[in-house]
Design a protein around this ligand. Structure first.
Ligand SMILES: [Zn+2]
Ligand SMILES: [Zn+2]
Ligand SMILES: [Zn+2]
Length: 338
């Protein structure tokens, strides 16, 4: 009998297949391979082919928009939103609209075309996390923005148009609905219990351990109780923290290895799947609060969203999270040495 499960944060229902649960090998999918053929605007020497850099980590004192960088942030050449202008909120009868103001940036994680976040040295992964923080702190000063989403599309099936490893950032003048659902859900819980829902969830998951994939002193990785997708996972700070950008040095130092480890395990268990990851953090301006707990969600691209999902907001997940957690836990043996 399939099971209907409710996500405690958003209230979203999912259908978990229990009878013919799909194992990692049952999914037909693209394996992400770096081909390295053709022109790449993110490689050394092609800096003039991107818009001028916003931020770069350079230890050799090299000039901006030239080779020598270890990480580079540039505006997206085809931005979803534009940075110049005012919001100009308007009503048209009952309809609301405003100018498409926002920032859309690309974080080029390494000059090396052949690396991924899973294969990159761990200190380079940490540098990527610091770059996320640097950009959030800078963009936060712009009062037009209410939310900044950091995300990564890895592989064509996950929406990546260039194979050179990169993440993206979009600053928005409104709080997105998905985020608002989480914020509202955790606020409701907090008003009722005076505790953080995520902290309670982490404590409960640690007691049973069946959905725990890995942990270190600062972070824990869980298969959510009601995940939308097979092998979905989420990384949470162990101690309560509402905003990603307020993480301390020791937290960045512990987030990098666990993120790299999880991506290595995905590559191992699912043979180099396409995936997306997103960082969910508190909207501005109330970023330091007791009710929301930031996290990083990783979603391998194994299933397709179809009519039923569009029509209902339900998702059908053919792999119970307890099983995906077990596969991902067992993959630890071989990746223990980072
Ligand atoms: Zn490249
Ligand atoms: Zn918490
Ligand atoms: Zn979330």
């Amino acid at each position: 009998m399939p099971e209907l499960r409710k996500d405690p944060v958003t209230g979203r229902w999912v259908i978990i297949a229990t009878d013919r649960a799909k194992r990692p090998t049952d999914f037909v999918r693209e394996h992400v391979q770096i081909r390295g053929s053709g022109f790449c605007p993110f490689c050394y020497g092609n800096e003039s082919k991107t818009p001028p850099e916003i931020l770069a980590y350079r230890s050799d004192g090299s000039a901006r928009d030239t080779p020598g960088w270890s990480l580079r942030v540039v505006p997206n050449k085809f931005p979803a939103l534009g940075i110049e202008g005012s919001l100009n909120r308007q009503g048209e009868g009952l309809y609301d609209k405003m100018n498409g103001i926002g920032a859309h940036e690309v974080i080029i994680e390494t000059p090396d075309h052949n690396l991924t976040l899973a294969t990159m040295p761990v200190d380079k992964v940490e540098a990527v996390l610091w770059a996320y923080r640097d950009r959030i702190l800078d963009l936060k000063k712009d009062r037009r923005f209410k939310y900044i989403l950091i995300f990564k599309n890895h592989g064509e099936a996950a929406g990546a148009s260039l194979e050179h490893t990169h993440s993206q950032l979009i600053a928005l003048p409104v709080v997105p609905k998905r985020v608002l659902e989480e914020v509202t859900g955790s606020q409701d819980y907090y008003h009722y219990k005076e505790r953080c829902l995520f902290c309670d969830m982490i404590a409960q998951e640690k007691e049973t351990g069946i959905r725990v994939i890995a942990e270190n002193p600062d972070f824990i990785v869980l298969s959510p109780f009601a995940p939308r997708f097979p092998f979905e996972m989420a990384i949470f700070p162990q101690a309560h923290r509402s905003a990603f950008e307020e993480s301390q040095r020791h937290e960045f130092a512990n987030l990098a290895p666990i993120l790299k480890d999880m991506l290595m395990r995905l590559d191992k268990v699912l043979e180099y799947p396409a995936y997306n990851f997103i960082i969910h953090t508190s909207p501005f301006p109330d970023v330091s609060n007791d009710y929301y707990h930031w996290h990083l969600e990783i979603m391998p691209k194994l299933t397709k969203v179809a009519g039923f999902e569009w029509g209902t907001g339900f998702y059908i997940n053919p792999t119970p999270p307890e099983e995906s957690a077990r596969f991902l836990r067992e993959a630890a043996v071989a990746t223990a040495t980072l």
